[in-house]
Design a binder for this molecule. Structure first.
Ligand code: GAR
Length: 216
């Protein structure tokens, strides 16, 4: 079985990146992580990826005049390593429509909320302020609009009365580390098909597609 070549884009600590790297270490995983690229040279995730034996690269957005110039450099780096799929894992830069169009159907993102609720930043604070009883995370294909795009998987967690953004965020993050590798597997196995604004999963049990974590 030839493995799909996957590049991961990060901006920070890279815990989701590590969940993908660790999943991809399994012999039966359909993807290999060929490179990790950060727009921030100081991102802790770069050192973690290097320790795991993955090639790393910093493409510092501050070195480019504008967004199109940065995205062109990023695109060139991804094509140079012959990436077939790109996973955004805590990559905190807006991407141009030209870039997202170029990777349509081949770029995934993870977001720490049950989209389409709570796009953008500070999702756990906002979930607590709204008093929602369920919160969670979403993987989706990337489109031109931020945190919008066909949803691949979601996991829900309970919101507890005593939660702080940190405790809630930790509960969500644990589920991010479950659904991101599972989503990448689906995509690389060709089982997640975009149909309009939705993703149709082939031969996959519903219970695995929408996980509800019963534990706090
Ligand atoms: C994760 O919670 C991820 O879902 C979020 O940033 C965090 C990165 O943590 N991404 C977004 O908010 C994108 N809209 P990590 O570096 O430990 O994976």
């Amino acid at each position: 079985m030839s493995k799909t070549r996957v590049a991961i884009l990060i901006s920070g600590r890279g815990s989701n990146m590590m969940s993908l790297i660790e999943a991809a270490a399994a012999p039966d995983f359909p993807a290999e992580i060929v490179t990790v690229i950060s727009n921030r040279p100081e991102a802790h995730g770069l050192a973690r990826a290097a320790s795991a034996g993955i090639a790393t690269l910093a493409v510092d957005h501050k070195a480019y005049a504008d967004r199109p110039a940065f995205d062109a450099a990023l695109d060139a780096a991804l094509r140079a390593c012959e990436a077939q799929i790109v996973c955004l894992a805590g990559f905190m830069r807006l991407l141009t429509p030209a870039f997202t169009q170029g990777w349509h159907g081949r770029m995934l993102n993870i977001h720490p909320a049950l989209l389409p609720s709570f796009k953008g930043l500070h999702t756990h604070e906002r979930a607590l302020a709204e008093g929602v009883k369920l919160h969670g995370c979403t993987t989706h294909f990337v489109t031109a609009e931020m945190d919008v795009g066909p949803i691949i998987m979601q996991a829900a967690v309970p919101v507890l009365d005593a939660d702080t953004p940190d405790t809630l965020g930790a509960r969500v993050l644990a589920q991010e580390h479950v659904i991101y590798p599972a989503s990448l597997r689906l995509v690389c196995e060709g089982r997640a098909r975009i149909e309009g604004t939705r993703v149709v999963i082939d031969e996959f049990a519903l219970g695995d597609r929408a996980l509800v974590s019963p534990s706090a």
